[in-house]
Design a protein around this ligand. Structure first.
Ligand SMILES: O=C(O)C(=O)C[C@H](O)[C@@H](O)CO
Length: 256
């Protein structure tokens, strides 16, 4: 059997708008619950959530065959870490802090087997090949990789056009929090200067052959980002959904 078709990659290539959510409990039970909501994609966050390889694998397992497509976000784009998450079965990666075309090219190579890249060949004993059940995985895996890179700094914005020219990158995600911090507005993504940079970046990405992505927790802001060209649009974080609902519930009863 060949590598599984990457439905997220195919949907992004079709131009279809996809709504996603951050999965940050680092727990398969919670991620399985999130999959019942109908999000098109779920980010298994290895950057800001307490995930490790095993917890990410367990979340990939519960999402297998579900409509919500898993995207694994690594803490940084290191080839050894990419090799490990691909071997546990990830096919869509979100890599933070990309600031140059060279870095993007290195990430493409890290996600592909030779001759296109440098991904280590050891999946015979890995979940990715279903433990050597999928004998054609190695030969077909490269074509099913969906690589999403995060541009979230002034340097990344400066290099955006060069990054957009890199073959093998499927989408560019603008990280509002880190971008605003790098621009000198730590914790405030809503300032006009940041919003203008985001609007310009989404527009440039949307007119390229890559998909534009971003995260917004405020629905009005998310609508703006959608109107500015966001195609893979994350509209929530699971931990905050629970935290806000729990606090609101107690607020209702605390006052009697
Ligand atoms: O910089 C950003 O914004 C992102 O990359 C998204 C955040 O990392 C996400 O964890 C929400 O805070």
């Amino acid at each position: 059997m060949p590598a599984p078709e990457n439905h997220l990659k195919k949907a992004l290539a079709s131009g279809r708008r996809l709504y996603g959510c951050w999965a940050t409990f680092a727990d398969p039970y919670a991620t399985e619950i999130m999959a019942t909501a109908g999000f098109d994609w779920l980010v298994i966050d290895g950057e800001h959530a307490p995930n490790d390889l095993r917890s990410m694998m367990h979340q990939l397992q519960v999402l297998h065959g579900r409509d919500s497509q898993p995207v694994v976000r690594l803490p940084m784009g290191e080839a050894w870490a990419i090799k490990q998450v691909l071997d546990i079965g990830a096919q869509s990666l979100l890599i933070p802090m990309v600031e140059s075309a060279e870095q993007a090219r290195d990430l493409v190579r890290a996600t592909r087997y030779p001759p296109q890249g440098i991904r280590g060949s050891g999946a015979a004993s890995a979940r990715a090949t279903q433990f050597s059940t999928d004998l054609d995985y190695i030969a077909t895996a490269n074509d099913q990789i969906c690589l999403l890179v995060q541009v979230e700094s002034r340097a990344g914005i400066e290099a955006l056009d060069d990054i957009l020219a890199v073959d093998g990158v499927d989408g560019v995600f603008i990280g509002p929090s880190d971008l605003s911090a790098d621009m000198g507005y730590l914790g405030d993504t809503r300032v006009d200067e940041v919003q203008q940079v985001i609007r310009d970046a989404l527009g440039r990405i949307a007119t390229s052959d890559k998909a534009a992505g971003i995260l917004a927790l405020d629905h009005d802001v998310a609508r703006s980002y959608r109107d500015w060209g966001a195609q893979f649009l994350a509209v929530g974080i699971d931990v905050l959904m629970l935290a806000h609902a729990a606090r609101a519930t107690m607020d209702r009863w605390r006052d009697g």
